[in-house]
Design a protein around this ligand. Structure first.
Ligand SMILES: NC(=O)c1ccc[n+]([C@@H]2O[C@H](COP(=O)([O-])OP(=O)(O)OC[C@H]3O[C@@H](n4cnc5c(N)ncnc54)[C@H](O)[C@@H]3O)[C@@H](O)[C@H]2O)c1
Length: 270
């Protein structure tokens, strides 16, 4: 893989959307990363058995040293084509602080660190959520969401969401979009692009866990979806693959909803 000019890094690479995204990049050189080395090794082995070119390294995205190691591992392999940042947790972990740290502080660390190796035509594609669009604009908490590593940011957001992990999830995903917008000019100066993708309900372990916890709400969402189905990981990976490609080379600084059209009905109250 040494000196390849098409390195695609997948965070959350052992997760449902991450694994499917990896499979969209058959012609590229994949670097799979996730929290646990054994999960990374398993995914890398499967991909290589299926004819992909993959290697991997474990990394906790909330740990700056780990992320630095991931960046060095990437730079050693060659030139960054794209970082697909899917690592994240939902409110089902019932810990608002952890949701904030992983989804938002982790994303901020990833962006800061990968900026240094982004080149002309590199792309960063971050997974947000349609739920980000249910959180209204607000100067006070938007500042905290845009600056998650500042001392009082977690406290400021926690006050608004009242330590509810599901609500915190929605706020952190708004934060992911705000971080994308905050970084777009700097990335643009290098000729690099940055985008977010906001899925609706996608049938992965995370999506199914949420469905188990709130079966009635999930049924309502499905019925209110114009296409009358949940999303599949391929619905997201097809979009991600397009966004990372040359065909999308005038797209940056925007969010793409992949939700079967349901957000509009959620906003109207289902
Ligand atoms: N599934 C859905 O319905 C849905 C909907 C909207 C948005 N999303 C977003 O898409 C992304 C992927 O979701 P998914 O359904 O594939 O979830 P998933 O749980 O299958 O995968 C997430 C992966 O992130 C990894 N991860 C968690 N914390 C980490 C950390 N600190 N460091 C490194 N890795 C860590 C997990 O180990 C896991 O493999 C998430 O950001 C999620 O919020 C999912």
């Amino acid at each position: 893989m040494k000196n390849s000019n098409n390195i695609v890094v997948i965070t959350g690479g052992a997760g449902g959307i991450g694994q499917e995204c990896a499979r969209a990049f058959k012609k590229d050189h994949l670097i799979i990363t996730d929290y646990a080395q054994k999960d990374v090794d398993e995914v890398v082995k499967k991909l290589n058995n299926d004819g992909y070119q993959a290697s991997g390294i474990a990394c906790d995205i909330t740990n700056k040293k780990d992320v630095q190691k991931l960046v060095e591992f990437t730079a050693d392999a060659g030139q960054l084509k794209a970082i697909i940042h899917t690592a994240g947790v939902s409110g089902t972990i019932k810990d608002a602080k952890k949701v904030f740290n992983i989804n938002l502080v982790g994303t901020d660390i990833i962006l800061d660190s990968f900026y240094h190796i982004a080149k002309k035509n590199s792309a960063a594609i971050l997974l947000s959520s349609m739920m980000a669009h249910t959180v209204p604009e607000n100067d006070t908490y938007d500042y905290a969401l845009k600056n998650p590593q500042e001392d009082n940011s977690l406290e400021a957001v926690n006050k608004v969401v009242e330590e509810n992990a599901d609500t915190m999830y929605n706020f952190t995903k708004r934060g992911v979009i705000l971080l994308m917008l905050k970084n777009v000019d700097e990335w643009g100066e290098k000729g690099a692009r940055i985008l977010t993708v906001s899925p609706g309900v996608i049938e992965t372990k995370m999506g199914l866990k949420a469905a188990e916890e709130h079966p009635e709400r999930m049924e309502k969402i499905k019925n209110a979806t114009p296409l009358k189905r949940n999303g599949k990981p391929e619905d997201v990976s097809n979009m991600v693959h397009f966004l990372a490609s040359e065909k999308a080379n005038f797209l940056t600084g925007t969010d793409i909803l992949v939700d079967g059209g349901v957000l509009n009905n959620i906003k109207k109250g289902l």
